[in-house]
Design a protein around this ligand. Structure first.
Ligand SMILES: O=C(O)CCC(=O)C(=O)O
Ligand SMILES: [Fe+2]
Length: 240
């Protein structure tokens, strides 16, 4: 079951509407999902706006404006050169005969800067409520995207903005699709709290870490185990 979840991956160039990179077959990606992918490939619009909102609201920092400006127009193929690396994944979760014994995606925080997630109307995404640790189902809202703050924004903002722990559950009846768009800085980037947020009252809470190395380590982890621990930004936390 788990093997199937992430085995079909595609990156689509929105200008030519063709898949420029793919892994595995994608027989079940209907036009509906395809057009959602195409919509996602406009980071200059939706992502830039989101970052601008974050920058204005939470962090008055010139770096956040830089991030907005850094987002390149999508170019085929997306790659990890000198540009930020946006990744789109198509998650397909087939029905599972024993959904209580497995997870579609195990508990984790997205290690990226920001995730924009489209899910169909089946539902399965759960977030962990901070005050009591309860897993809460995120009910699908038609035509709405879910925006997840990732670890990188948590570190940049020195914990002003926290990434949310989440997981995806399975069900015995229906298959489910979700399509996350992960926005990453380039792999050589060192991630650390923004200098202008650090002062005596608000000391730096994280050591700098290398973005690419962080992802390489996480990729080796297993998100499918029910209670497995993953690499987390807490490993870079400074005890103040
Ligand atoms: O399928 C979902 O709703 C969540 C997927 C997810 O968290 C991920 O791909 O990082
Ligand atoms: Fe996630």
């Amino acid at each position: 079951m788990g093997k199937d979840c992430n085995s079909r991956i595609a990156v689509v160039d929105h200008r030519s509407a063709t898949v420029v990179a793919s892994c595995g077959e994608m027989p079940f990606v209907s036009f509906r999902y395809f057009s959602t992918l195409l919509d996602f490939c406009h980071p200059t619009t939706i992502l830039a706006q989101l970052f601008a909102i974050l920058a204005r609201k939470f962090v008055k920092s010139p770096h956040f404006n830089d991030v907005v400006l850094l987002i390149p127009p999508p170019a085929p193929p997306f790659h990890a050169g000198k540009s930020p690396l946006p990744i789109i994944r198509v998650n397909h979760y087939p029905p599972c005969p024993s959904p209580d014994l497995a997870l579609a995606v195990g508990r984790h925080n997205d290690g990226v800067a920001l995730t924009i997630l489209a899910q169909d109307d089946v539902g399965g995404l759960e977030v962990k409520r901070k005050n009591d640790g309860e897993w809460i189902l995120v009910k699908p809202i038609p035509n709405a995207y879910i925006i997840n703050i990732g670890d990188i924004i948590q570190v940049w903002s020195n914990d002003k903005y926290e990434s949310v722990e989440h997981r995806a559950i399975l069900n015995s009846e229906t298959e489910r699709f979700s399509i996350p768009f992960f926005f990453n800085p380039a792999h050589y980037t060192w991630v650390e709290p923004l200098e202008e947020l650090i002062n005596e009252q608000n000391p730096r809470k994280y050591k700098a870490y290398n973005c690419g190395k962080y992802f390489a380590t996480r990729k080796r982890g297993n998100l499918k185990e029910l209670y497995a621990e993953n690499v987390q930004i807490c490993h870079f936390k400074i005890d103040n």
